[in-house]
Design a protein around this ligand. Structure first.
Ligand SMILES: *[C@@H]1O[C@H](CO)[C@@H](O)[C@H](O)[C@H]1NC(C)=O
Ligand SMILES: *[C@@H]1O[C@H](CO)[C@@H](O)[C@H](O)[C@H]1NC(C)=O
Ligand SMILES: *[C@@H]1O[C@H](CO)[C@@H](O)[C@H](O)[C@H]1NC(C)=O
Ligand SMILES: *[C@@H]1O[C@H](CO)[C@@H](O)[C@H](O)[C@H]1NC(C)=O
Ligand SMILES: *[C@@H]1O[C@H](CO)[C@@H](O)[C@H](O)[C@H]1NC(C)=O
Ligand SMILES: *[C@@H]1O[C@H](CO)[C@@H](O)[C@H](O)[C@H]1NC(C)=O
Ligand SMILES: *[C@@H]1O[C@H](CO)[C@@H](O)[C@H](O)[C@H]1NC(C)=O
Ligand SMILES: *[C@@H]1O[C@H](CO)[C@@H](O)[C@H](O)[C@H]1NC(C)=O
Ligand SMILES: *[C@@H]1O[C@H](CO)[C@@H](O)[C@H](O)[C@H]1NC(C)=O
Ligand SMILES: CC(=O)N[C@H]1CO[C@H](CO)[C@@H](O)[C@@H]1O
Length: 592
């Protein structure tokens, strides 16, 4: 299998046309001693890292998963849960540290001569693959096989890749000094007996003859999608690594032979049926973009939109902890770990399982292009591309605020600054302008990140995507905030006479009384000069007011039309202009 996952390019080169699959990226949804397959309703024996539907918990069922508010996997219609043991590093002083990983990658593979007979997982279907007590390689237990399709050691369902300059794959944790992470991998059974949805000994399912390929045994004739799960552990990022430390999985396994993973179906049945039929047997190279039914609900924002949930089991599993959760003893094998080394005696106090209320799916508002949202004067113009490498779609102003960002929050930011156009991007960013950059193109479907500020609301709205922006236009002709700043036409008896140059070579353009005020406005300066008994009032550089009865023409001052650009906002009124550098906004009245 390693051939797929070294790089995408390599996968493209090596995958044959029979090797169809799709790949779903998932972020963590919860961690802790939860395993509704093996220990429904109660504490699991060891700690798991779980990805998928947000309703995962000790009582999770097909219905509760399907009802999850969201999934931490990129396909929104897959609310299944997938989990694997948590990996720890044991320091020489006995403390444990949880090894960082950011979720899992789940592959759905279509393999073997009967791939076109693959049926979707039934509702309520569950599988566990692997054996938590294994501590050595079992070379005697084989999958079903025939001469044409030989069997293979079942132990090959587990493998580890050390991602370094060279990638080496073996069936155990053979190397933990991997610069770019250690990847643990599990193949699931893809043959079903057609009867039970789950049996505690997993005898309702069997492996294909070659595990990731081949035929199903006659006892388990129904071919189901083949799940292959990968978790990439950042083994090199553990602080204070020493030669005397030990990487150990949560079931007390320092070998890796006991790695395992669970799947609890939470797929929208129609979607899984469609994807099984159309995307597993054809030549699609793992791209969700080639599978229309999955693309419909695909979001690159799965981690943002569906963040990790608080742990239901009230005990520490993250960071630095003083023992493995659940009385787990470390056992090195080669004999299988005993049940007692992985179980708490009844005398040990049990952590509380927090009562949680199953969530329900949240609607996401997606206004149609041309419609208004959320108020009747805000017209949605569409999803535009907005790559950081090119000029942005809206360039005049931008800000970022994850916890508060909503469409309306950004509209207010932009409109209050005088910009008609507002754009939300990347869940948290807001861009403003009066015009759209002509290179930007609308009509994209990649605006699918929920706004950070709607995280806790009963309804979600969309705030762009990674490199994509939702643009809104405030079309209200009467919105005062959008009227560009300008000088007043009249202030009382005083009329605006345009601009007066103030070359400042031989005295000011107006030689009477003057004042500076941090709250300067047109009205303030006119009022001041009128009070001083002067006929001219001139405002310069935003906050300086000059008065006079004559213009200092000898000093080079002349009246001219005001320039379109270069005038300054009044220090005391952002909607008024108050001259500029060496230039006055001029008011005059013949009578006082
Ligand atoms: C054990 O060692 C680790 C790594 O040096 C350290 O972070 C931790 O605090 C130590 N634990 C105790 C209990 O001293
Ligand atoms: C499965 O069906 C597809 C589409 O009809 C076909 O291209 C492919 O060859 C079939 N695969 C097998 C193994 O029969
Ligand atoms: C299985 O492994 C054992 C122990 O390493 C070895 O002695 C035996 O020959 C192996 N059997 C097969 C069939 O490879
Ligand atoms: C599968 O989904 C695609 C995309 O939504 C749709 O066009 C197609 O009709 C569906 N096929 C079946 C068999 O339902
Ligand atoms: C799980 O279900 C049982 C039986 O309905 C209930 O007693 C228990 O409180 C539930 N646990 C949680 C954490 O919801
Ligand atoms: C939008 O995409 C076009 C075509 O790929 C590109 O030329 C343009 O620079 C992009 N514009 C932005 C704002 O990203
Ligand atoms: C985000 O917006 C809120 C509400 O306006 C404000 O209180 C907060 O300071 C802002 N945070 C940042 C980082 O700007
Ligand atoms: C935004 O609305 C205003 C007022 O209706 C209109 O003049 C302007 O052309 C619109 N801008 C865009 C980019 O649609
Ligand atoms: C400007 O106006 C504000 C608000 O009216 C006031 O608090 C401030 O003291 C004024 N500043 C000056 C320099 O007059
Ligand atoms: C040559 C001249 O008139 N310079 C004046 C320019 O303005 C400053 C500040 O008002 C005066 O200090 C200079 O005398």
């Amino acid at each position: 299998m390693s051939r797929f996952f070294t790089t995408i390019t390599l996968a493209f080169a090596l995958v044959s046309s029979a090797d169809a699959f799709f790949r779903i990226n998932c972020a963590n949804i919860q961690r802790g001693r939860i395993d509704p397959l093996v220990n429904p309703g109660t504490l699991a024996a060891h700690s798991h890292s779980i990805v998928g539907g947000s309703n995962i918990g000790v009582n999770a069922t097909f219905d509760s998963l399907l009802n999850s508010r969201c999934t931490s996997c990129e396909v929104g219609t897959d609310k299944s849960a997938y989990w694997a043991p948590t990996l720890y590093y044991k320091y020489p002083n006995g403390s444990f540290y949880e090894v960082y990983h950011n979720g899992a990658v789940v592959y759905y593979l279509g393999r073997g001569p009967n791939v076109n007979q693959t049926v979707p997982f039934p509702e309520g279907f569950m599988i566990l693959s692997g054996d938590k007590s294994a501590r050595s390689y079992d070379n005697t237990t084989y999958t079903y096989g025939t001469e044409q399709y030989p069997g293979r050691p079942v132990a090959d369902r587990i493998s580890f890749n050390c991602i370094d300059d060279e990638i080496v794959e073996k069936q155990y944790m053979h190397d933990t000094s991997c610069k770019n992470g250690m990847r643990a991998q599990v193949h699931f059974q893809s043959c079903w007996n057609g009867r039970e949805l789950y049996k505690p000994d997993n005898s309702h399912v069997a492996y294909q003859s070659a595990i990731d390929n081949g035929i199903c045994p006659p006892t388990h004739p129904v071919q189901i999608p083949h799940i292959f799960l990968e978790v990439l552990y950042a083994v090199a990022d553990v602080p204070d690594l020493t030669d005397d430390g030990l990487f150990v999985f949560s079931q007390g396994d320092p070998t890796g032979y006991g790695f395992h993973a669970d799947f609890q179906n939470g797929w929208d049945p129609d979607v899984l049926a469609n994807a099984t039929q159309n995307c597993l047997a054809t030549d699609d190279f793992g791209q969700i973009s080639n599978c229309p039914i999955l693309l419909d609900s695909q979001s690159s924002a799965f981690g943002f939109n569906c963040p990790e949930q608080p742990p239901q089991v009230d005990e520490p599993t993250r960071g630095l902890i003083d023992k493995l959760p659940g009385c787990i003893e470390i056992t090195f094998g080669p004999e299988a770990a005993s049940a007692s080394s992985m179980t708490c005696p009844p005398s040990v106090p049990r952590p509380v399982i927090r009562q949680t209320v199953d969530s329900v799916p949240l609607p996401t508002v997606r206004p149609a292009v041309g419609s208004t949202y959320p108020t009747p004067n805000q017209q949605y113009l569409g999803c535009f591309n907005d790559s950081a490498g090119t000029q942005r779609t809206l360039t005049a102003y931008s800000t970022s605020n994850y916890s508060f960002m909503t469409v309306a929050f950004c509209q207010e930011i932009c409109n209050s600054r005088g910009f008609r156009l507002s754009g939300v991007e990347y869940a948290m960013e807001c861009y403003c302008d009066s015009v759209i950059n002509p290179t930007a193109i609308s009509g994209w479907r990649d605006c699918n990140w929920n706004c950070g500020g709607t995280m806790d609301l009963p309804q979600q709205e969309v705030c762009g995507g990674y490199g994509y922006i939702n643009v809104y236009n405030n079309t209200d002709p009467d919105d005062e905030r959008l009227v560009p700043a300008r000088a007043k036409e009249t202030v009382g008896k005083f009329a605006n006479k345009g601009c007066l140059t103030d070359p400042n070579t031989s005295g000011r353009a107006l030689l009477g009384p003057a004042k500076f005020d941090a709250n300067m406005t047109n009205e303030m300066c006119v009022g001041f000069c009128q009070g001083e008994g002067m006929h001219f009032a001139g405002i310069e550089f935003g906050a300086e007011c000059y008065c006079g009865d004559d213009i200092n023409e000898a000093g080079g001052a002349v009246i001219r039309t005001c320039p379109v650009q270069g005038l300054m906002l009044c220090a005391g009124n952002q909607k008024q202009l108050c001259g500029g550098p060496s230039l006055m906004t001029l008011f005059y009245s013949a009578t006082l």
